[in-house]
Write a protein that binds this ligand. Structure first.
Ligand code: COA
Length: 322
């Protein structure tokens, strides 16, 4: 039986920090309101000439270095993003070229804020079936490009960033299980109601922005991610006490706390990085994972339950032995 082992992680955040105080001069809001409702103090914003592939490249190079492999060892690239550089080729193909890799499959996955969990699941299945032996899995976003910076209901929440992991085939797990879900009935609660095929006028006029029913999304995010914990533990015949760390999607500290409470995890076992990143969509989980590995919070041998939730709705989890 072949498994995927995580052998390296990396992340990258753009230099520009956008604080709540700066947002106060842009929309009718204030730092205390944002902190109380979201736990977000600041977020990073990509420079005008910085694109999703740039963030993905920096995160990937850090992950490849940490893994101790050469880019030439990588035989699969999966990039989760909602904010691709171009309509096509995929950001994964652009990244592949930047990394000097020629030949193996590279493609994007679009599941918004749950995208990294979908990408991880796919890469894991490639490895388990012997179709790949060393996979680069990336979540990268320039979400700031699809935010209406005059809409206080959404602009306080999101930020830009990238995170990446390298998975390698191994006899020992690694990834113990992955669980994915989608439900398109909720397509209008969190969306950008424009694209290439539909409402292209909004793209042309530069008004293709994220819209959200905040309290509805909040409710569903908590329910879906709390249920995912139960589903993941049951699939592995484990109890919550067996898990060292829970990494929920870093959307909002109130959502994270509510998921932790509902799932029965003490706050000390729940990873929270949202205060300094905001919601970086597909980058949120690999960013939180990489920061926690690098600062020594998550150690080799730890059992980590990661989960994402996003527009669609989409949601998914992975249980992984580091
Ligand atoms: N600053 C100050 N006031 C604001 C504000 C802001 N940035 N944004 C909204 N408000 C106001 C509203 O206009 C409303 O005022 P009103 O009562 O006069 O109409 C009031 O605050 C309460 O708004 P409400 O939407 O009920 O607040 P809330 O407690 O639901 O918090 C969110 C709003 C967005 C923080 C919260 O719903 C949330 O986090 N939702 C999930 C968002 C998310 O994580 N999405 C991504 C998932 S992948």
């Amino acid at each position: 039986m072949m498994y995927s082992r995580l052998i390296g992680s990396g992340s990258y955040l753009p230099e520009k920090v956008l604080t709540n105080e700066e947002l106060e001069s842009m929309v009718d809001t204030d730092h205390d309101w944002i902190m109380a409702r979201t736990g977000i103090a600041e977020r990073r914003i990509a420079a005008d000439d910085e694109f999703t592939c740039d963030l993905a490249e920096k995160a990937s190079k850090a992950a490849i270095k940490a893994a101790g492999v050469s880019a030439q060892d990588i035989d699969l690239i999966v990039v989760a993003t909602t904010t691709a550089d171009q309509v096509f080729p995929s950001t994964a193909c652009l990244l592949q070229h930047r990394l000097g890799i020629e030949g193996p499959p590279a493609f994007d996955v679009q599941a918004v804020c749950a995208g990294f969990m979908f990408a991880l699941d796919i890469a894991d299945k490639f490895i388990r079936t012997g179709s790949a032996s060393c996979a680069l899995v990336v979540g990268a976003e320039t979400f700031s490009r699809i935010i209406d910076w005059s809409d206080r209901r959404t602009c306080i929440l999101f930020g830009d960033g990238g995170g990446a992991v390298v998975l390698k085939a191994d006899q020992q797990p690694g990834i113990l299980s992955t669980h994915l879900h989608s439900d398109g009935r909720f397509k209008d609660l969190l969306c950008v109601p424009a694209g290439i095929s539909r409402n292209y006028q909004a793209i042309q006029s530069g008004t293709a922005f994220t819209t959200m029913e905040g309290s509805e999304v909040f409710r569903w995010a908590v329910t879906a991610m709390a249920d995912l914990v139960d589903e993941t533990l049951a699939a592995n015949s484990l109890d919550k006490e067996d898990v060292d760390w829970l990494i929920p999607h870093q959307a909002n500290v109130r959502i994270i706390n509510a998921v932790g409470r509902r799932a029965g995890f003490p706050a000390e076992k729940v990873i929270v990085t949202v205060e300094h990143h905001g919601n970086t969509s597909a980058a949120s989980v690999p960013l939180a994972l990489d920061e926690s590995i690098r600062d020594g919070t998550i150690k080799p041998g730890d059992l980590v339950l990661m989960e994402g939730f996003g527009g669609g709705f989409t949601w998914g989890s992975a249980l992984i032995r580091i």
